[in-house]
Design a protein around this ligand. Structure first.
Ligand code: FCB
Length: 449
C-alpha cells in the first residue's frame, strides 16, 4: 500500500450551477432565462422536467452550506444567475439578486470555505436571446457590463472567479445541435457564437480586473482526451480535428490569441465566424488559472463526406465501464489532458472545476446510499490527478461534480451526479457513502492506494 499526498493548501471542493439547483425561477424579481423558456417548452427535456424547483437551493442556502461544512470541503463552486442580477440583461444591478449571492459568500467564508463562483453557467437572460443571443456581437459588451456589476458588488469578498462554464458545450449544444437552450440549429450562428464568446471573455476579464486588479480570474473549460476510434490514419487525423474543436477553440484564442485549424482542410472559417481586425487581441487574456472540466475520453472517427470538421465521436468501442449516462470511466483521460495543457501552454495554474459520474443509487433499507461505483470513480480519477501533479502539472484544486443530485439539463432528473442524494419530491438531502469517503480524503489531504 502506498499513500497519495496532495500539495499543501490544495482546494477540495464540490460544484453546482444556478439553474440546476436553485429553483425559485420567478421570485424576487428574477428575469426569465433561456433555460426557463427552453424547459417550459414541451419536448425539450426528458419527462417534461424543469428547473422550477430543482433542489430548492435558493431557499435552502444554509442547508447546503451546512452539508459542505459537514463534509469538510474547503471550496464551493457555484454559479450566479445573470437574470437575478439583470432581469432583462441590461441596466442597473438588481439588489435582491446581488444580496442572495452576497449572503452565500458570507456564509461560506464564515464556514472557512472558499466561494468560487462562475458568472455564466448557461442561464442567459431570455431578453438577450430575443435580441439574437450569442451569435450577436453586441452581447460581448452586455456580458462585460454584467461581469463588472457583479465584481463591484462582491469583489471585496470573493477573490477567485470563473467567467464561463464550458464555452464549447453551450455554443455547440445550444446553437448548433439544438439539444440545450436556446435550442437552435444554425451552423453559422454557432460559429459566430464561438467567436463572440471568446471576445466576451476577454472583455469581461478586463472589466473585472479594472474593478479589482487582485482578483484571480479563470474559466471552466470542458476538455476530453480525443483518441482515434480505429487504426486508420484518417481516424487519427479526425481525432486531432476533434481535439482542436473540443479542447482548443476557446483555450488557444484566450491564451495565445489564435484559433487552431478547425476545418478538414486546416482552415479557420474566419468569414463565417465574423472575425474582425483586433478581435483576437481582445480575446487574448492572461487567465490566472485554467479550469478543467473533464469526465471521459472521446473515441473519434473520420467522416469523409463532411468537408467542415469531418469527424464525430463513436459509441460502442469503449473499454472501460460505463456510467448511467453512458460515459466511459477512463481516469487516464484526466491525466493526459492535465499534462497536455501544462506542457503546451507553459504550465498554467490549473483547477479541476468539474469531474464526476452519474449513478442512480438511492437510499437502501438501512437509509444509506451505498454508491460504491462512485467511490471507485473518484479514487481512480484522483489517482490520475496525483500522477499529473507528479509529472509537473500545477493543479491547485479539485471539485467534484456535483454537491447535489440535480437538474441534468436535457436529461432532467434522471442522471444523478451528486455526492449528496436529493429526493426530488421532498428535496430531502442524504449524504452518500462516496461523499463520506471523499470527506476522509479531504480531511487527510490524501488517501491510500
Ligand atoms: C457539464 C456541465 C455541468 C453538468 C455536467 C454533468 O458539462 O458543466 O453543468 O451538467 O456536465
Amino acid at each position: 500500500m502506498s499513500r497519495l499526498e496532495f500539495p499543501r493548501e490544495f482546494h477540495w471542493g464540490a460544484a453546482t450551477a444556478s439553474y440546476q439547483i436553485e429553483g425559485s425561477w420567478n421570485v424576487d424579481g428574477k428575469g426569465e432565462s433561456i433555460w426557463d423558456r427552453f424547459s417550459h417548452t414541451p419536448g425539450n427535456v426528458k419527462k417534461g422536467d424543469t428547473g422550477d424547483r430543482a433542489c430548492d437551493s435558493y431557499r435552502r442556502q444554509s442547508e447546503d452550506v451546512a452539508l459542505l461544512r459537514e463534509l469538510g470541503l474547503t471550496s464551493y463552486r457555484f454559479s450566479i444567475a445573470w437574470p437575478r442580477i439583470q432581469p432583462s440583461g441590461r441596466g442597473a444591478a438588481h439588489a435582491k439578486g446581488l444580496d442572495h449571492y452576497g449572503k452565500l459568500a458570507d456564509a461560506l467564508l464564515e464556514a472557512g470555505i472558499r466561494p468560487f463562483p462562475t458568472l455564466y453557467h448557461w442561464d442567459l437572460p431570455q431578453a438577450l436571446e430575443d435580441d439574437g443571443g450569442w451569435p450577436e456581437r453586441d452581447l460581448a459588451g452586455r456580458f462585460a457590463d454584467y461581469a463588472e456589476l457583479v465584481t463591484r458588488a462582491l469583489g471585496d469578498r470573493i477573490s477567485d472567479w470563473m467567467i464561463f462554464n464550458e464555452p464549447n458545450v453551450f455554443t455547440a449544444l445550444g446553437y448548433l445541435l439544438g439539444i440545450h437552450a436556446p435550442g437552435r440549429r444554425d451552423f453559422e450562428g454557432f460559429l459566430r457564437a464561438v467567436h463572440n464568446v471568446n471576445r466576451a471573455q476577454g472583455e469581461a476579464f478586463r472589466a473585472m480586473k479594472a474593478v479589482r486588479g487582485d482578483l484571480r480570474i479563470g474559466t471552466a473549460f470542458n476538455f476530453s482526451d480525443c483518441q482515434p476510434a480505429g487504426d486508420a490514419e484518417a481516424d487519427a487525423a479526425a481525432a486531432r480535428r476533434w481535439h482542436n474543436f473540443t479542447n482548443e477553440a476557446f483555450l488557444r484564442p484566450t491564451l495565445r490569441g489564435t484559433y487552431p485549424p478547425l476545418f478538414r482542410d486546416g482552415s479557420v472559417p474566419i468569414d463565417l465566424m465574423d472575425v474582425r481586425d483586433g478581435d483576437l487581441d481582445v480575446a487574448q487574456v492572461p487567465l490566472d488559472f485554467v479550469g478543467v472540466n473533464l469526465y471521459t475520453r472521446t473515441l473519434v472517427e473520420d467522416v469523409p463526406e463532411d468537408d467542415n470538421l469531418g469527424a464525430r465521436p463513436v459509441l460502442g468501442r469503449e473499454e472501460g465501464p460505463l456510467t448511467d449516462f453512458g460515459w466511459e470511466v477512463w481516469p487516464d483521460a484526466l491525466y493526459n489532458v492535465l499534462v497536455w495543457i501544462s506542457e503546451e501552454f507553459g504550465r498554467p495554474v490549473l483547477e479541476i472545476t468539474e469531474n464526476g459520474c452519474s449513478y442512480a443509487d438511492g437510499p437502501g433499507p438501512d437509509g444509506k446510499v451505498h454508491d460504491t461505483r462512485r467511490t471507485e470513480f473518484y479514487r481512480g480519477y484522483l489517482e490520475a490527478v496525483h500522477r499529473a501533479i507528479a509529472a509537473g502539472a500545477d493543479v491547485r484544486g479539485y471539485h467534484a461534480w456535483s454537491l447535489l443530485d440535480n437538474f441534468e439539463w436535457a436529461e432532467g432528473y434522471e442522471q444523478r451526479f451528486g455526492l449528496v442524494h436529493v429526493d426530488f419530491d421532498t428535496c430531502e438531502r442524504t449524504i452518500k457513502e462516496s461523499a463520506r469517503w471523499y470527506a476522509r480524503v479531504v480531511a487527510e489531504n490524501g488517501f491510500d492506494v
